[in-house]
Design a protein around this ligand. Structure first.
Ligand SMILES: Nc1ncnc2c1ncn2[C@@H]1O[C@H](COP(=O)(O)OP(=O)(O)O)[C@@H](O)[C@H]1O
Ligand SMILES: Cc1ncc(COP(=O)(O)O)c(C=O)c1O
Length: 270
């Protein structure tokens, strides 16, 4: 049998299935890797309150115990972080990465859920910036998060995305992808990749309807799967863009509020 390729996500639960740890594990499986997880938060969405999100962080000590379990098998081939929920959980993730000399680290600096435009937990966002970005192989902020991390505020053009990518690279991550996605105006879904010397603009047609709940998590998990399988960062990002586009195309209207991506949907004829 060929070598087992291991991937890990440290992220929150999205019971609606498109985002969070559910997105990550489904994507890891699609990439032919063996997925591990440490759950950080539980997110619920309330249909009686306009799909209001409630975020319930898990005790950081329990996150640490989960990571002890995962790393009992040694470092994984690549890992990602998603929603972390508290500064203490960010500290636990930082310690696990350092103690296990973990490489191929994808940091998705989740600060908001789609449709919301306020940072859920500013202290955690600052801790991700200060403690995790310096450990990252790739960081994948969306347009809003890139504006916050770079200090540039609202980003509205490719040039501004490039400037944000440069500033975020300066925070310590080796590579950065600023995701324009649906948030950037125009007909194209544009992401800017920066490796510290060159910019690559990745673009696809914007898919409508945009069933893109979970697209960010899926994109970062796909990069993780690619890195775990030995792709270069550039190739892992390019392949992830194709993977997430297919997942959005296969997405569906779950209810009146949300349309999640379908990670394995490309395999079905619909
Ligand atoms: N409607 C869409 N059509 C095509 N690609 C999209 C669409 N919406 C998002 N994407 C892509 O999905 C990925 C995740 O981006 P985005 O949805 O902005 O992230 P997040 O979920 O973190 O807000 C990016 O590659 C982005 O360009
Ligand atoms: C647990 C969790 N992580 C991350 C996200 C962010 O999702 P997306 O990939 O759509 O940005 C959400 C959004 O609901 C979530 O519930």
């Amino acid at each position: 049998m060929s070598k087992i390729i291991k991937t890990l996500t440290i992220a929150g639960s999205d019971s609606s299935g498109g985002a969070g740890i559910q997105a990550d594990l489904k994507t890891f499986e699609e990439y032919g890797t063996y997925g591990f997880s440490a759950l950080t938060t539980i997110v619920t969405m309330d249909p009686d309150k306009g799909w209001h999100h409630n975020v319930y962080p898990i005790d950081a000590a329990i996150v640490a115990e989960q990571l002890k379990t995962v790393f009992a098998g040694g470092p994984v081939d690549a890992m990602k972080t998603g929603m972390l929920g508290s500064v203490d959980i960010v500290l636990v993730a930082e310690k696990a990465i350092k103690d296990n000399l973990q490489t191929n680290v994808v940091i998705d600096p989740v600060m908001v859920c789609k449709g919301e435009d306020e940072v859920l937990n500013p202290e955690s966002a600052n801790a991700i910036r200060d403690l995790l970005l310096p450990l990252a192989t790739v960081a994948t902020p969306n347009l809003f998060e890139a504006g916050v991390l770079s200090g540039l505020g609202k980003l509205t053009s490719i040039d501004e995305m490039k400037e944000a990518a440069r500033l975020i690279h300066g925070l310590g991550t080796k590579n950065v992808v600023v995701k324009g996605g649906k948030a950037l105006g125009g007909d194209l879904a544009i992401d800017v990749f920066f490796d510290g010397s060159e910019y690559t603009v990745l673009e696809t047609a914007k898919i409508e309807p945009a069933y893109n709940h979970g697209a960010g998590c899926t994109f970062a998990a796909a990069i993780t799967g690619g890195l775990a399988g030995g792709l270069s960062v550039h190739d892992a990002v390019a392949k992830a863009k194709d993977f997430v586009s297919a997942a959005i195309r296969s997405g569906y209207a779950f209810n009146q509020y949300v349309g999640p991506v379908f990670h394995g949907g490309y395999r079905l004829e619909r």
